[in-house]
Design a protein around this ligand. Sequence first.
Ligand code: F6R
Length: 613
Amino acid sequence: MCGIVGYIGNKQACEIILKGLKRLEYRGYDSAGVALLNGDLRVYKKQGKVLDLEESLEGKNIEGTIGMGHTRWATHGEPNDKNAHPHQSPTGDLSVIHNGIIENYATLKEGLLQRGHTFKSDTDTEVLIHLIEDIMKNANLSLQDAVRAALGQVVGAYAIVILSKNHPEHVIAARKGSPLVVGIGKERGEFFLASDATPIVEYTNQVIYIKDGEIAIIENKELTIKTIDNVIQTPYIQELEMNLEQLEKGGYPHFMLKEIYEQPKSIFDSFRGRIDAKSGNINMRSVRDYQEKLSKVNRLILIGCGTSWHAGLVAEYLFEDLARVPVEVEYASEFRYRNPVIYPDDLIVSISQSGETADTLAAMELAKQKGATVFGVCNVVGSSIPRLSHGGAYTHAGPEIGVASTKAFTAQVTVLTLYALAMAKQRETLSSSRIKQLMKEMEAIPGKVEQALKLNDKIYKIAELYKDAKNFLYLGRGYNFPVALEGALKLKEISYIHAEGYPAAEMKHGPIALIDEEMPVVVIATNNEHYEKLVSNIQEVKARKGKVIAIVTEGNTGLNELADHIIEVPETENCLSPILNTIPLQLLSYHIAVMRECNVDQPRNLAKSVTVE
Ligand code: F6R
């Protein structure tokens, strides 16, 4: 939520910042702004996309080799020019950009109002920069000390960057709860700051992830990292794994479509080197390091939000079915606030694409406080969730830029399948030959996804017929009930059509009342033990004149007369079918959204990385 970029070096900052903001726009896109330091401190901001800001800069003085920029996802104050960042101090000497929420801003603001401050915006962020200047003036502190003193008063989450007119060649940044990374440029004294590495990768692969409670000070061409209590820290420089090509659309009209089509590779990358179908061995560091823990675990608690929660729901079936371990799947936001009962032999698994979701992080912290072992299944390398975990695995899906999650979901399900197989092996709940058979089939999945992607033209035609529907229903059973939820979520978030996912048998307990000739019902009816039951559910929908789009296993002709549309996916093991069955649903929602002229990669009101509660 909210993207921040900073630059200090010998190049012109504005161009680097605008380019960086475009890469971070997936984090928020309701307004944007830049501040440039070049003797004076100039701030330009604009409601709308980064492109609107860029156009508004035409003819303006954008000179300067030090600067910062922000793309906003509104929390406090509606999206407009005045609430856009950067915000300035009363004298205009200081400027700040901020990602996060200052929870006690009202109390801090009250104090400042009493001391005569007036505010131009409705944001929590403006309060912070007023507070820093107020402390500098009244306590006669240096900028750095005033920043530390102000942050000491703040309750909430922040990643901030501060520029000061009176401190040229100087940038201060700090982090608590919201991500911040520093890139070390190739020239001496060149540094980049950003919410994640995507704006930096073009210039350097050397980065430092700032930790909670740390302040980064760039001064006289040197970077110093200190704690908020002024203790100097030794920075840990890491090499970035991503490359620029991964951040481009590569000829696709949208990142979402590119990411859907990347799935044969991203799924392969998520199990590559980790399974050996010949020996039935799992080669994962966390499985080795936590062998004893995994074999003794009495219960798994899987936590996540949105699509990652859906991956957790698929994994519930996997772990219970394959490894016979009881599982609970929890929304991170509920788990963290309901005093959950956690036993020492529970294992908590946090699932997250971004690794920065505030509720998931808080839920992990709670579980750790209660003594639990916490694993992370995460896509973004170096993000907060893997750093907070005891163990876990990266999904290796590569950067996911489209706000609607696609390849991250199938990679999460793949990695969770590997854990389920590892536990099945340790607990001997599956025979060694069955494990090898499932691994072999896992190796075939990328090829089968490739085949499923060939359904694109057919799905496009179906999308044309239903693009104006007001509602959609998605039904599935067993392993494919979470796939129904995920299909519905994809459709609603990018096309704004109301959609619900249901376990097919539950339809009779309510949703059936909605069915009439206007209602498209997507039914996942691939071959498994529930198939006959699903046929009955389809009969019930047809009896009420609903339109049925059935996802079936290749070669199944049983529904040809009954369903309005048949989408045939390759045959696979039931436990691996969620990965394959998700593909046509992603394509359906994508085409419907494009036909409705929706902004597929940046749907309204959403942000990719939800770093506020
Ligand atoms: C849906 C989507 C969101 C995320 C959710 C969790 O397409 O992208 O529902 O899945 O915000 O985000 P992560 O996985 O980054 O923790």
